[in-house]
Design a protein around this ligand. Sequence first.
Ligand code: UD1
Ligand code: UDP
Length: 380
Amino acid sequence: MHRVMTVYGTRPEAIKVAPVIRAVEAHPELESVTVVTGQHREMLDQVNEIFGIEPDHDLDVFAHGQTLNGLMAKVFAGLDDVLVSEAPDAVLVQGDTTTVAAASIAAFYRRIPVVHLEAGLRSGDIDSPFPEEANRRITTQTTALHLAPTPTSRDNLLREATDPATIAVTGNTVIDALLHTVAQDVPFSDERLALLEKEERPVVLVTTHRRENWGGAMEGVGRALGRLADAYPGHTIVLPAHRNPVVREAVLPHVAGRDNVLVTEPLAYGEFTRLMAASTVVLTDSGGVQEEAPSLGKPVLVMRENTERPEAVDAGTVRLIGTDEERIVAEVSRLVDDPAAYAEMANAVNPYGDGRAAERSVAAIAALFGTGERLADFGS
Ligand code: UD1
Ligand code: UDP
């Protein structure tokens, strides 16, 4: 048996590793060990609960408002003991958070091969997204097996002279998680959302949290939402608010007191994906939402200056609009007012996966140990 230790810390990592953990558990030659750092708390626990994963270890590093260096130091300290006691044959990390950068360096220092899921994404700007672009580049340097979600991400790695034999193109496991979850048809527990769905009110779904948008840019997002709510009383803006108080303090005062703005706590994944499927427009700065919404045929306006996920932009379903208040108001208004502009963007496209990413990932991990063959690359 070969022991695969999955280390993760935030909501999106939990969603994206869940299908892989399940596939590792089901593989006859692999054994799964799960470690959460606890970088997120409620938002992480919520996902583990939904996917029925009880982590073997919890480093419990969570603290409100901690610095990136403080967080990194805690992950190094906590994970080292677990790496020694569990002695895994590989450490799997996903994405580009501070948990990922710390865990991959810690495993590398212990000479344990790192498997990087969602490898090779690049915005090309080290300052944006911050600190994720640096985290993912750091992780690439320590990685033995790069699981690139798309041919574009593989090409980014090849351009950096990564050994082609160490790259497999798998698709993004977020699509596995999405297809699995949407099929379960989870009802809304929030009555306000159930009513919106019943009355078929048009919904603009909004999520925001990016660190580089904290402060003035996020205040502008809040003001834009307030103006849109006033301009379109027949629409409802639904904002499942990230737990970060910095985000809440910047945005929520600008939308307060409006009947057609619905602010909720972070939604359980099944309810969030149901809401996304029922929405008219998605306005977001999230990485995962940029990948999921296109496969549900939803036009996505991305409040960022650049993206490491160009595939759906190229397909026409995602548009980068930045965080300027006037531009946000204009772009949402255009989709609401102009059916032709709407129809042009509302295409169901699946550039990020076909629901078999976990299967390809686990085959590639097993092949790393000399057990079995890799599957054909996604998109080849
Ligand atoms: C982190 C990741 C980011 C990822 C995002 C997903 C880093 C540097 N950032 O950003 O890449 O896109 O997660 O959401 O790794 N909080 C809670 N409860 C929770 C989660 C967060 O209260 O369950 C609050 C805490 O006050 C915490 C703050 O949010 O200090 C920020 O959390 P943190 O993980 O540092 O950054 P995110 O902005 O969530
Ligand atoms: N999500 C969720 N509930 C919410 C908001 C988002 O389950 O209330 C899911 C969403 O479907 C996606 C992931 O969380 O899979 C995105 O997380 P986030 O935006 O926090 O992080 P990012 O993807 O930007 O790193």
